[in-house]
Design a binder for this molecule. Structure first.
Ligand SMILES: [Zn+2]
Ligand SMILES: [Zn+2]
Length: 232
């Protein structure tokens, strides 16, 4: 969706261009491709261009100055025009590595930490099968923890990254947006293997969970595994 912007320019005493019309997102001329920061995707109304050229022609403004003036206007519009959203995912990743972090990582930081906390708690429970003898997964199946369905889905070891690990956070955050062409993921993100699929529960927790997942008329919103037939 193209956006419109009005910028007043006062490049020199006596030269004032009120409310110059810019747009972002209506034309992307292929022969002059470049970055958004260099003006790609931006348009400016012709009368303003002519007035600037007149000022150059009259010797009031210098061409280089006008060029910088226009680039400063682009800088000014970059955020309000939402340019970052349209930037290339590979570029965003490269800038994040260069700068140490980025707004995408910032936005996912809490969710990443929460996912680590959840995984650690699930792993802890998994290592205490006598205390936590039942388990449920994402598809709301209920099992005994010893069930082969659960075993097959659980990791053999657990070595999660630290919540402070910038590269792991980067993988978590950028992976979510890194699908540009069909299912091609972003190259060279470290794999994250800390996901623990099943949540083990005490017998009491399991009964409460079954209750929560039973409708008012007794309909079950969960599935009791036929193989292990859990009976908490
Ligand atoms: Zn980032
Ligand atoms: Zn089972």
């Amino acid at each position: 969706m193209p956006s419109s912007h009005k910028i007043t320019m006062r490049p020199a005493p006596g030269v004032e261009l009120l409310e110059v019309d810019f747009t972002f997102g209506s034309s992307f001329p292929q022969p002059r491709g470049r970055t958004f920061r260099e003006g790609y995707g931006f348009d400016i109304e012709l009368p303003a261009v002519l007035d600037l050229l007149t000022a150059v022609d009259d010797g009031v403004l210098d061409a280089r100055y006008v060029k910088n003036l226009l680039l400063r206007a682009v800088d000014h519009m970059y955020e309000p025009a939402g340019c970052f959203r349209h930037e290339d995912d590979e570029d965003k990743l490269a800038w994040c590595r260069r700068d140490g972090t980025c707004r995408i990582c910032d936005r996912h930081k809490d969710a990443f930490a929460a996912s680590l906390t959840l995984a650690a708690e699930r792993w802890r429970r998994w290592t205490l099968p006598e205390q936590y003898p039942y388990a449920t997964g994402n598809t709301k199946g209920l099992h005994e923890v010893g069930c082969s369905v659960v075993y097959r889905a659980m990791p053999e070891t657990f070595s999660p990254p630290s919540a402070e690990d910038a590269e792991a956070l980067r993988s978590y955050a950028h992976r979510k947006m890194g699908y540009r062409f069909y299912d091609r993921p972003l190259a060279d993100l470290v794999p994250l293997n800390y996901h623990v699929q099943f949540h083990a529960m005490t017998a009491e927790e399991t009964r409460a969970w079954m209750n929560d997942n039973t409708g008012p008329k007794g309909g079950r919103h969960y599935r009791r595994c036929e193989r292990c037939a859990p009976a908490p």
